[in-house]
Design a protein around this ligand. Structure first.
Ligand SMILES: [Zn+2]
Length: 390
């Protein structure tokens, strides 16, 4: 088991092939070209999600990207059979053409798993064992209900199954809704990330940065509200490229905001230091320049801006010590919550959940022995047993 003395995974535990704590931008088949341009730098990569069940179209698009586009950063392919109106269950067998298609492209083999419902122990073990039989390049995709992480008993079982089978896993979490506690879900995720097996987090919000800070082998993040990300619990509703108002990542707030909202906030708070961006796309300009761009170029530039900020944050957060990376992420979440309040934008629950889930390590308390009393002063009849005094 590759763990450090503090129970956190070591570098060797976090690696799956070339996925060395990379931040992967999520896109659908039809968005590969634009997203690959934005994720074309060290530490970046792609997760391409199959659109409308067209596995062959996805494989062809990525083949073209690798061969003609010469894209050499890590790529994972997500068949997304766990999402949509006709999603499969965890018991569904893998599609051999999908497995071989990824292998032929020289990619890690991400299984096309169905949805893992609460209490479906047989489904969980089935995915893990079938993935392990595929060989060393396989990653077991676990698209699961958050119960598996939020419930202490279920999370204990999950970690045990994953460690016993030993195949790297990639987690896609269904959106957490009541009564599942989102903070407990994150605590469960942290427990899974601390296990002996490499864990990739493929859910698509900014929690990807928290996951990387906490030892994930890789993590995927969406690139704004231009398109929907797949969710096991919701029907697949992809939107066309550039449709609607793009959102941009506001670095200090760790949140995406639609451009009209950014424009209004800039008018109300022109001097709060959040609007000038030093990414190579904005080149020191105020974000107002993006607002003035014509459609669909604006969506493309917004994507490039957001991807650059995400990859910069990834570089700043991922370091040799998981403990220090987590503290840095926790501090950034606190600062972001404060900056959101400053400009009157909605609270992002994710920021609070991460702060609560990363509990500081227990500081061993000094035990100062009580002074010995002279025997003559003891009163046996009134002595309090140590247990009762606690
Ligand atoms: Zn920028």
């Amino acid at each position: 088991m590759a763990q450090g003395g503090d129970g956190q995974p070591t570098d060797s535990a976090r690696r799956v092939g070339e996925l060395d704590r990379h931040l992967l931008l999520r896109c659908r088949t039809g968005q590969v070209r634009q997203t690959a341009e934005a994720a074309n730098r060290a530490g970046g990569g792609l997760v391409v999600t199959v659109e409308r069940g067209d596995l062959t179209g996805c494989l062809d698009q990525v083949r073209h990207l690798r061969q003609a586009g010469h894209y050499r950063h890590p790529v994972l392919l997500d068949a997304a059979r766990y999402a949509g109106d006709d999603r499969r269950s965890a018991a569904a067998s893998f599609d051999e053409r999908w497995i071989e298609g990824q292998r032929e492209l020289g990619l890690p083999v991400l299984t096309d798993s169905g949805y893992l419902a609460p209490h479906d122990t047989a489904g969980c073990l089935g995915i893990l064992e079938r993935a392990a039989r595929l060989g060393e390049d396989a990653i077991a995709l676990l698209p699961m209900h958050p119960y598996w992480l939020a419930d202490p008993h279920a999370r204990g079982n999950l970690v045990r199954y994953v460690e016993v089978v030993g195949v790297p896993v990639a987690v896609v979490l269904e959106r957490t809704v009541a009564p599942v506690d989102p903070v407990e879900t994150l605590r469960g995720l942290l427990r899974l990330l601390g296990c002996a097996v490499p864990v990739i987090v493929l859910s698509a919000d900014l929690s990807a940065l928290g996951a990387l800070s906490s030892g994930a082998a890789a993590a995927a993040v969406g690139t704004g509200a231009v398109w929907g990300d797949p969710d096991p619990g919701r029907p697949e509703r992809p939107r066309p490229w550039g449709a609607g108002q793009p959102s941009v990542l506001i670095r200090q707030c760790l949140s995406y905001q639609p451009l009209p909202r950014v424009e209004a906030a800039m008018r109300r708070h022109p001097d709060n230091g959040m609007w000038h961006c030093t990414c190579s796309t904005c080149a020191g300009r105020s974000l107002a320049w993006l607002i003035g761009q014509p459609d669909p170029a604006r969506a493309h530039l917004a994507l490039r801006h957001s991807a650059e900020i995400l990859l910069d944050l990834r570089t700043e957060l991922v370091g040799p010590s998981v403990h220090l990376s987590q503290r840095s992420w926790q501090a950034r979440c606190a600062t972001a919550a404060s900056r959101l309040r400053e400009v009157g934008w909605a609270r992002q629950p994710m920021l609070t959940h991460w702060q609560e889930a990363i509990t500081p390590p227990a500081i061993p308390r000094l035990t100062i022995p009580a002074p010995r009393r002279p025997l003559s002063r003891r009163r046996p009849s009134s002595a309090v047993p140590p247990q009762a005094a606690r």
